[in-house]
Design a protein around this ligand. Structure first.
Ligand SMILES: Cc1ncc(COP(=O)(O)O)c(C=O)c1O
Length: 403
């Protein structure tokens, strides 16, 4: 019998889940005491690792002072203000502003709304179309779902939002054609810097640069969905800096708190802020009950300090190199048919006839957590994973894939 908990992204009829009860660094433990190396940072988010007492203290201190208060007009709170400044300072828009949400999906929907609003405020209300890419994952709310390029996730939910065009993954020509066919109608192009949940696909050389140029030339905005790439995953605060591209809007979530509490947001460029601020009587009619939640913001602030203090941006680069070298070895051994990635997020494509889902189960037996996506297995470990633990993940992969 299934339990009362209806699991996300799972078969509702399924019973028998792995019951994770404790975590420490890059390790988690189930209710039988079995230890696993968390090779996927839970769900691409545990940058600082599990079970950090510094986070417990920061969260408890904030709850004792002010657990929560809303940020709707006329209220604010110090933690939300500090976090917005800290995020803007680390972003490509230090003179921009930050809108806070509670999840990646809410951040994507907020960015889409803000992009459309920007054009309305600039007198271009017909600019509503959002271009996104096949294999992009942008969450499950109606906005993010309408933009996402994973067909099974879009089916069975009724009418999606209008005005969305999903183009083939690496096809710049398709983007150019949409701009040519629909002059003055495109609000924004939305893409992850490295596509994560869709299978870990870095952009092809020049692709993001070309998107930037197209958007600028045609008066559209470029939105980077940084929910996975942001906060250190690529060795920089945002993927934008890794690739040297400046988008107009950046979404984030996950790594901003390392998942200790749910929080996300959107960074807005100064140009977009200017449009919002131009009419002093204009009211931004968008916000979540928990936008700027002080305890979630206190968790994020402590997390950012830990990333700084422990040099985790540089560590991400090192982790990525070690994973890449290990996967190169597996490739030369003929055990995988392709590998791809950037920074500390990688995927190994299985050989013909090898099921990534089966390989995941065998890895679990060996105490390693990886994530199957189609015919690939993704690795995206906490940025505190040790070299020995990385090597253990790679050795387990070798064992599982060896004939
Ligand atoms: C790039 C990207 N955008 C948005 C989301 C949605 O985030 P959430 O699950 O927090 O709503 C995800 C989640 O994996 C993601 O990877």
């Amino acid at each position: 019998m299934p339990t009362a908990l209806l699991h996300p992204f799972a078969k509702p009829a399924k019973d028998g889940f792995i019951n994770i009860v404790r975590g420490e660094g890059a390790l988690v433990f189930d209710d039988t005491g079995k230890q696993y190396i968390d090779g996927i940072a839970s769900l691409w988010y545990t940058q600082i690792g599990h079970g950090r007492t510094e986070m417990a203290d920061a969260i408890a201190d904030q709850v004792r002072t002010l657990e929560a208060y809303n940020c709707f007009d006329p209220y604010t709170n110090p933690r939300a203000e500090e976090l917005a400044s800290a995020v803007a300072a680390r972003s490509p828009h230090p003179d921009g502003r930050v809108f806070l949400t509670c999840s990646g999906s809410e951040s994507v929907d907020s960015a889409i709304k803000l992009a459309r609003l920007f054009h309305v405020l600039n007198g271009n209300p017909e600019r509503v179309r959002i271009i996104s890419r096949d294999r992009g994952y942008h969450g499950v709310t109606y906005g993010g779902m309408s933009a996402q390029g994973l067909p099974p996730n879009r089916e069975g939910w009724g009418q999606l939002l209008s005005g969305f065009d999903v183009v083939p993954q690496h096809d710049l020509g398709a983007v150019e054609k949409l701009f040519a066919d629909r002059p003055g109608e495109i609000a924004a192009v939305l893409t992850e810097p490295v596509q994560g949940a869709g299978g870990v696909f870095p952009p092809q050389p020049g692709y993001l640069e070309a998107l930037r140029e197209l958007c600028t030339a045609h008066g559209a905005l470029l939105i980077f969905d940084e929910v996975v790439c942001g906060f250190g995953r690529l060795g920089t605060w945002f993927g934008a800096q890794h690739f040297g591209i400046t988008p107009d809007l950046l979404t984030f979530a996950k790594g901003v708190t390392s998942g200790y509490l749910p929080l996300g947001g959107v960074v807005l460029s100064r140009t977009i802020c200017d449009a919002l601020e131009a009419d002093p009587d204009f009211i931004l009619r968008h916000g979540f009950t928990y936008s700027g939640h002080p305890t979630a913001c206190a968790a994020a602030l402590r997390n950012l300090r830990l990333i700084d203090e422990e040099g985790l941006l540089a560590r991400a680069v090192h982790i990525g190199e070690r994973l890449r070298d290990g996967l190169t070895h597996l490739f030369h051994e003929g055990l995988i048919r392709e590998f791809r990635g950037a920074g500390a997020v990688w995927a190994a494509r299985m050989n013909e006839g090898v099921s990534a889902a089966d390989a995941r189960m065998k890895l679990l037996d060996l105490g390693v957590i990886a994530r199957p996506i189609g015919d690939a297995l993704a690795l995206c470990p906490p940025l505190v994973i040790t070299d020995a633990q990385i090597d253990e993940c790679l050795a387990a992969l070798q064992t599982v894939l060896s004939p």
